[in-house]
Design a protein around this ligand. Structure first.
Ligand code: ZN
Length: 260
């Protein structure tokens, strides 16, 4: 099942995604499937003119992200992998959806993309074991952990570097059936492949991360975990188009702009 959040100009609504050939239809749901069973209303709209996807979830309390969770990315950042997961937050105000612009802040001259598998939490989650983690996961989506690399280097804490508005594109939908153990995680800038990793190369896998984070803090329905990025990060600038992809899930594309 694929759950999307969309607008036709009015308030956001949720829908099940139905692919028919090269057309994408949205079977509209009543209410928010994070808090009630997914009940189709019978209305169906085609994705396209006037029907626009939004971030599939606005995290209720937090985005928890994991740094240096792929060995080759830790190396390219000039370090070793941490002995336990390195956690940081992105505020829910950093979330944008498919095709929304990533707006480069004035305080940075060096912004990077980071394609990541994102985990969407389904229910209140505290002190769960890795073995039980799956039952607290609604599904998966694609994230771009956009990072102001220059601010990250000088600030020590990463709140500004990774928390600015538009620094957390999520989408295009939540896939509830994806098996996250070994799927490709890729990014492209202006069509050129930049990252091409696989989730099997994560240092800490998804069940372990959910368990580890839940030992420290309560995860709420709609909270999101970003699971780290493979090697190949690099700069994006005004006018670029960045695409992040999780194999078997979909592609999240965003234009990049600087206000002038
Ligand atoms: Zn990241």
């Amino acid at each position: 099942m694929r759950i999307a959040r969309f607008t036709t100009g009015d308030d956001p609504r949720f829908a099940l995604v139905q692919q028919e050939g090269d057309k994408t239809f949205l079977a509209v749901l009543g209410g928010d499937p994070l808090y009630m069973p997914a009940m189709p209303t019978g209305e169906r709209v085609e994705l396209g003119d006037g029907v626009r996807l939004l971030a599939p979830v606005i995290p209720r309390s937090k985005v928890v992200a994991v740094g240096k969770n792929y060995v080759d990315h830790a190396k390219e950042m000039g370090g070793e992998v941490p002995s336990s997961p390195l956690l940081f937050f992105k505020p829910n105000t950093s979330v944008v959806g498919p095709d929304d612009p990533v707006v480069l802040p004035d305080f940075t001259q060096e912004v990077s993309y980071e394609a990541e598998l994102a985990v969407v939490i389904s229910k209140v989650c505290k002190d769960v074991t890795p073995e039980n983690a799956r039952s607290y996961i609604l599904g998966y989506t694609v994230a771009n952990d956009v990072t102001a690399r220059d601010a990250q280097r000088v600030d020590g804490q990463w709140a500004r570097a990774k928390g600015f508005d538009t620094s957390c594109p999520l989408g295009p939908w939540i896939d509830t059936d994806l098996n996250p153990e070994d799927v490709g995680v890729r990014s492209r800038v202006n069509g050129e492949l930049r990252q091409d990793g696989r989730t099997r190369d994560m240092v800490f896998d998804v069940p372990f991360l959910v368990s580890y984070i839940s030992e420290a803090m309560t995860l709420l329905p709609g909270d999101v975990i970003l699971t780290g990025t493979p090697a190949g990060v690099g700069r994006i600038d005004h006018g670029d188009r960045v695409e992040c992809e999780v194999e078997g899930l979909g592609v999240l594309a965003n234009p990049v702009m600087r206000r002038r």
